[in-house]
Design a protein around this ligand. Sequence first.
Ligand code: HEM
Length: 150
Amino acid sequence: MDEKEKKRKEEFEKLGGRGMLIKVSKLFYDKVYEHPWIGLYFQEVPQDRIEAQQVDFMTSTLGGGSVYMGRLPVPAHKHMFISEELFDLRQDLLQEAFVEAKASKELIEKWNKIDEAFRARLVKKNLGDCEKRFFTDEINYHKDPTKKVA
Ligand code: HEM
């Protein structure tokens, strides 16, 4: 490990390290899976798998080492209809998880910045902006079931 990497790793540990990322991710996905709308997007995904992926992804982006082996966020979400409203909802649940995990202000700022950097590339305006990942793939799209349609 060179000096630059060592410094990044030290900064990562100051943010709470992997232990804090595990705590936040668990609290966050508990909320996501329980939620009547965003929870629908995760019906086919085991919670422990997505939590582990999120921890590895954030470890890598926050300087804790190159441990993330999954797909990059843009290709991983291309078949999902994610509206601005859904993206905002996800961020609200994340903020609740930060508070409950007692995450530091520095970690919250850094994490939110990374998250927000993906907004424009993950949010779709129309269903037609979604792309199947393979021939028989289905578009992951759910209306908010708590909203009354006139
Ligand atoms: C409302 C917004 C979002 C929704 C509904 C959503 C939903 C999902 C779902 C359902 C999966 C599992 C995909 C699968 O296993 O096939 C997934 C994977 C993932 N998501 Fe999101 N996501 C959102 C935003 C984000 C953001 C903002 C980030 C990062 C900044 C992110 C990072 C990831 C990563 C790293 C994976 C794992 C990719 C892989 O399977 O290799 N997601 N997401």
